[in-house]
Design a protein around this ligand. Structure first.
Ligand SMILES: NC(=O)c1ccc[n+]([C@@H]2O[C@H](COP(=O)([O-])OP(=O)(O)OC[C@H]3O[C@@H](n4cnc5c(N)ncnc54)[C@H](OP(=O)(O)O)[C@@H]3O)[C@@H](O)[C@H]2O)c1
Length: 343
């Protein structure tokens, strides 16, 4: 089978196609024929060596995928060959850790493409508990965009951020793969949403996703705009997908006693802020990482109900994985992108 692998950390061209042996599923496992693999900015950071300093090379990247069951391992019940499924974006390797919550704290937790071989591949062998049935009614390309953005978004917005109906929520970087889904999650929960972008084109896109207020931070002051929008109090919840020098603004745009969820570091991994801006207002800065299968299932129910729509922006060949990383890294895209391993 074909896989897009890296043999070392490096630039976009380190991603190369390699022929690997097709696995055959162990007892309790299934072999999934991957029909579309979702690409996340995280994959780019892993490829560069910015997430972990060692990997067993050759390493297959990719955390997201949708496909169909090619083969059932011994003892697997409840699934049929040919059935459409989505790979759970992160799960324990040891079945005895299945009930640990948050799942990412399980000692055997593995994210495909990081801790275990990933989804940029034609076939993937996973435990049967690491797939969910795809009842969304979407195309397989659309389904492949959902895993990480949807499940981690539900974790961050609904779980860690405790966003609820009537809240005013600020979502930083609303046109990104994660932000574009988080806007819709917050709306599905009944919240009002403000979001940030850096171009008029992305502002129109964020608006089309249901954002009530779109702030273009190239010519508008984020904190002033959010204060105006909330009558001077600040957002109830802020999802900070950016980090870097943006986190200080996220704190200042959040109301006293509000929650700021640190979710990403697109603007940089190191942050600086006035500590008084946090504790004088009794604000809470919380981290959110990965997701539980319950977050994925809740999100997929919203998708099936038409409340959250996939944000597929482009499809590419598996051999173009490096080009997609480049597009993402250069910020030339909005929404999510997939690779087609069989095209
Ligand atoms: N915590 C978790 O569980 C989790 C899960 C998934 C992803 N993440 C993190 O969430 C973040 C977003 O991921 P993603 O896949 O949604 O990203 P993405 O779609 O690739 O978004 C990248 C976009 O960010 C925009 N951006 C806005 N402000 C920026 C700035 N100051 N510097 C650089 N780019 C800026 C760029 O567009 P413009 O230039 O047009 O603004 C760029 O297109 C990443 O840091 C990722 O690691 C966390």
């Amino acid at each position: 089978m074909k896989a897009a692998v890296i043999e070392k950390f490096g630039d976009f061209d380190t991603l190369q196609i390699k022929e690997l042996e097709t696995p055959s599923p162990k007892a309790g496992y299934v072999l999934v024929k991957i029909l579309a693999s979702g690409v996340n900015l995280l994959d780019h950071y892993i490829r560069k060596g910015e997430i972990v300093s060692e990997l067993p090379f050759p390493h297959i990247l990719g955390a997201d995928a949708a496909g169909e069951i090619a083969q059932l391992g011994e003892g697997v019940n409840g699934f049929n060959e040919g059935e459409r499924v989505i790979i759970v974006p992160g799960f324990p390797g040891d079945e005895s850790h299945l009930d640990i919550r948050p799942t990412a704290t399980a000692p055997s937790f593995g994210l495909p493409g990081l801790h275990i071989p990933g989804t940029y591949v034609q076939y993937m062998e996973v435990p049967a508990y690491a797939i969910v049935k795809d009842n969304t009614g979407l195309t397989v390309e659309e389904s492949a965009t959902l895993g990480v953005p949807l499940a981690t978004g539900v974790h961050a917005v609904k779980g860690v951020g405790e966003d609820k109906a009537g809240d005013k929520v600020l979502i930083q970087n609303g046109a990104s793969g994660s932000g574009s889904i988080q806007i819709q999650i917050a709306k599905a929960l009944g919240a009002e949403v403000a979001t940030t972008v850096r171009s008029d084109e992305k502002a129109a896109y964020a608006k089309s996703l249901g954002a009530d207020l779109v702030i273009n931070t190239t010519n508008e002051d984020l904190v002033v705009k959010v204060q105006e929008w909330t009558g001077g109090t600040g957002a109830d919840v802020t999802i900070d997908n950016l980090g870097g020098d943006v986190l200080a603004q996220s704190i200042n745009a959040t109301k006293a006693t509000g929650i700021i969820v640190a979710f990403g570091f697109t603007a940089g991994p190191e942050v600086k802020f006035d500590i008084r801006s946090l504790f004088f207002g009794l604000k809470q800065l919380r981290g959110s990482m990965a997701s539980d299968v319950e977050h994925l299932n809740w999100g997929l129910e919203q998708v099936a109900a038409g409340k959250i729509k996939p944000t597929l922006d482009g499809t590419f060949l598996l051999s173009e994985a490096g080009d997609v990383h480049k597009l993402l890294a250069e910020g030339k895209v909005k929404g999510s992108h997939v690779l087609l391993p069989w095209a």
